[in-house]
Design a protein around this ligand. Structure first.
Ligand code: ADP
Length: 507
C-alpha cells in the first residue's frame, strides 16, 4: 500500500514532524511553504500540512476536469458504486490510523474519532448502493412527445470543510458527489486537514482513478478563496462559519454556480412537563459535550417547562460535574477545544454568562497541571438566560448549555424561534399530538422527538432553515443535490426516429 502509511513524499529531515502533502491528480504534491498543525491537547505542533494557493488549486481543478471528461463521466453508476464501497472497506481497514490521527488533529476523544471513521465508511457504503437507484422521471406531456428527466453530475465540485469533523464531513460531502459522477476538489480546514488527506490516499489505493478526488489543504483566504472563485468549478459545497459561507456564496454569484451551505446552529431542546426529565439527561449532555460542543448541530439551548426546570437543571449539573476531561487519546468524555483562539472566544461568552445569567456549574478553565498545556474549557451550565442575550442567540461552539424556562407551548415556540438559526431541535414529550404540533411549528431542518440527532443517521437528510444554510446534505436527497436535472423531450411521429441525421439532410 503506497499512500496510506507514509504521510509525505517530500524528503524531510528525519527529526522533522511528518509532512502531509496535497493530493492532486493521484500524486502527492509538496508546497514551498507548510502549515504547522497543532495538537490541541499539548498546544504544540506535531505535523505539517501543505499550504496550497492559487497554483495548486488550479492544478487540482484541471486534474478533476480531466478525470471527469476522460474517465468518470464514462464510468457506469454500478462501477462508481462498487468503488465507493471499496473505499468504505478501505477506511475501515485503516480505522485505527484514521481515529488516532483525527484525535491528535482535532483533540476529540478517541472513541468519538472511532465513531467518525465508521460514519465516514457508512457514507461511502450508503451512496455506493444508493446511486444505482438514482433516476429521472417520465413526464406526462403531449401524446406525440416522450419527455423525461435525467439526473446528471455537475462535473467538477468544490468542497470546503471545517475543522470539527474533518473526516466525517469530508465523507459526507464527497461520497454523494463522487457516487453521482462528479470529480472533486476538497479544501480542508487549516486547523485540521490530516484525515481528509489520508482519506484521499486511501481512496486512491482502493482504486479511485487519479484526479477523481483531489485535496488541497491551505488557508481559507488562499486555497479556499481560490477554489470558491475558480471558473472551472461547477458546484460548491461549504460547511463552516456564516461569514466565510457568505464569501463563498458571493464568489459563486460571480461564476453562477449552485452552492450548498451548512452554517451552524443554535439548536434548542424543548422539554415538556409530561416527560420524565431524568430520561432526557444523557442525550442532552451528549448533544452539548460531544467534541466539547464544537458541533454545528449541538443542542446548545435548553428550553424547559417551569414545572420540571429545577429537577432537570439539578440532574444536568450533576452529570456535567461527573464528566471526565483530558487529552483525546485517553478517551475522556471531553477533550480540549481546537485552538487557543477558540478557547478565548468561548471564555468570552462564559464571562458574559457569569455577569448576566446564573452559572450553575463550570464557567472557566479546569484547574490543575494536567490542563496547563491544552485548550481545555469546563462543561458549563448557564441558567436563567434571557432570549436576546448573546449566549442565547449566538453559536458559541463550546460545551456551554444555556437554560431558559417557559410556561406554555406557545412561549416555547417563540423562544425556539428567537435566533436567526434553524438547524435542529429536540422535543421531549410523551404526548403524540404535541410532538407532531411542535414538529410542524419549528422552522428547523430537523426535529428529533425523544432522541437527539438520530444517532448520526447517514440516511437522513440534513440541512438548515433561516441563516443555518441552503440545500441538503446526507440521505438520498444529497444525490439530487450533487446532480442537475436535464429534461429531454422526443417527438414521437412514426418513422421519424429511424431517419438518421445524414439521411434527413440528403432527403
Ligand atoms: P470556523 O469558524 O469553523 O473555523 P470557517 O468558516 O472560518 O470556520 O472555516 C471553514 C472553512 O472555510 C475552512 O476550510 C476555512 O479555511 C474556509 N474559509 C475561511 N474563509 C474562507 C474564504 N473567504 N473563502 C473560502 N473558504 C474560506
Amino acid at each position: 500500500m503506497s499512500f496510506v502509511n507514509v504521510p509525505a513524499n517530500v524528503p524531510v529531515n528525519p527529526q522533522a514532524p511528518p509532512h502531509y502533502a496535497a493530493v492532486i491528480a493521484g500524486k502527492r504534491v509538496p508546497t514551498a511553504e507548510w502549515i504547522d498543525i497543532v495538537d490541541p491537547a499539548l498546544g504544540r505542533p506535531f505535523a505539517r500540512a501543505a499550504r496550497c494557493g492559487t497554483a495548486e488549486t488550479d492544478e487540482a481543478v484541471a486534474a478533476a476536469r480531466d478525470a471527469y471528461e476522460h474517465t468518470w463521466r464514462h464510468t457506469a453508476p454500478a462501477e462508481r458504486g462498487r468503488l465507493c464501497r471499496r473505499v468504505a472497506d478501505a477506511l475501515r481497514a485503516e480505522a485505527e490510523l484514521l481515529a488516532q490521527t483525527e484525535t491528535r488533529d482535532t483533540g476529540k476523544p478517541l472513541g468519538q474519532s472511532r465513531t467518525d471513521v465508521d460514519v465516514a465508511a457508512r457514507y461511502f457504503e450508503f451512496y455506493g448502493g444508493a446511486v444505482e437507484a438514482l433516476a429521472g422521471e417520465t413526464l406526462i406531456s403531449r401524446p406525440d412527445l416522450l419527455a423525461f428527466t435525467l439526473r446528471e453530475p455537475y462535473g467538477v465540485c468544490g468542497h470546503i470543510i471545517p475543522w470539527n469533523y474533518p473526516l466525517q464531513v469530508a465523507a459526507r460531502t464527497l461520497a454523494p458527489a463522487l457516487a453521482a459522477g462528479n470529480c472533486c476538489v476538497l479544501k480542508p480546514a487549516e486547523d485540521a486537514p490530516l484525515t481528509p488527506l489520508l482519506l484521499a490516499g486511501i481512496a486512491l489505493d482502493a482504486g479511485l482513478p487519479p484526479g477523481v478526488l483531489n485535496v488541497v489543504p491551505g488557508y481559507g483566504p488562499e486555497a479556499g478563496a481560490a477554489l470558491a472563485a475558480h471558473p472551472g468549478v461547477d458546484h460548491l459545497a461549504f460547511t463552516g462559519s456564516r461569514e466565510a459561507g457568505a464569501s463563498v456564496m458571493a464568489a459563486a454569484a460571480r461564476t453562477i454556480v449552485p452552492v450548498t451551505l451548512e452554517l451552524g446552529g443554535k439548536s434548542p431542546h424543548i422539554v415538556l412537563p409530561d416527560y420524565d426529565p431524568k430520561r432526557a439527561v444523557p442525550l442532552i449532555v451528549e448533544s452539548i459535550t460531544e467534541h466539547a460542543g464544537q458541533n454545528c448541530s449541538a443542542g446548545s439551548r435548553l428550553l424547559v417547562h417551569a414545572r420540571v426546570h429545577d429537577e432537570l437543571v439539578a440532574a444536568l449539573a450533576a452529570a456535567f460535574r461527573a464528566l471526565r476531561i483530558g487529552p483525546g487519546l485517553t478517551d475522556p468524555d471531553l477533550g480540549p477545544l481546537i485552538s487557543a483562539a477558540q478557547r478565548e472566544r468561548v471564555l468570552g461568552y462564559l464571562r458574559l454568562g457569569a455577569r448576566d445569567c446564573v452559572t450553575v456549574t463550570g464557567g472557566g478553565v479546569p484547574a490543575g497541571p494536567a490542563y496547563e498545556e491544552g485548550f481545555y474549557v469546563q462543561p458549563t451550565l448557564l441558567d436563567r438566560v434571557d432570549a436576546g442575550h448573546p449566549v442565547f442567540t449566538e453559536e458559541i461552539f463550546g460545551p456551554v448549555l444555556a437554560v431558559t424556562p417557559f410556561s406554555s407551548l406557545e412561549e416555547a415556540v417563540r423562544l425556539a424561534e428567537a435566533t436567526s438559526y434553524g438547524l435542529a431541535a429536540g422535543v421531549w414529550t410523551r404526548d403524540v399530538g404535541t410532538a407532531h404540533w411542535l414538529a410542524r411549528q419549528l422552522r428547523t431542518g430537523q426535529v428529533f422527538v425523544n432522541n437527539y440527532s438520530a444517532a448520526g443517521g447517514v440516511e437522513l437528510p440534513f440541512g438548515g432553515c433561516k441563516r443555518s444554510g441552503i440545500g441538503v446534505e446526507k440521505g438520498f436527497e444529497a444525490l439530487r443535490e450533487y446532480t442537475r436535472c436535464k429534461t429531454v423531450a422526443i417527438h414521437t411521429r412514426p418513422g421519424e426516429s429511424t431517419v438518421s441525421y445524414e439521411e434527413g439532410c440528403e432527403g
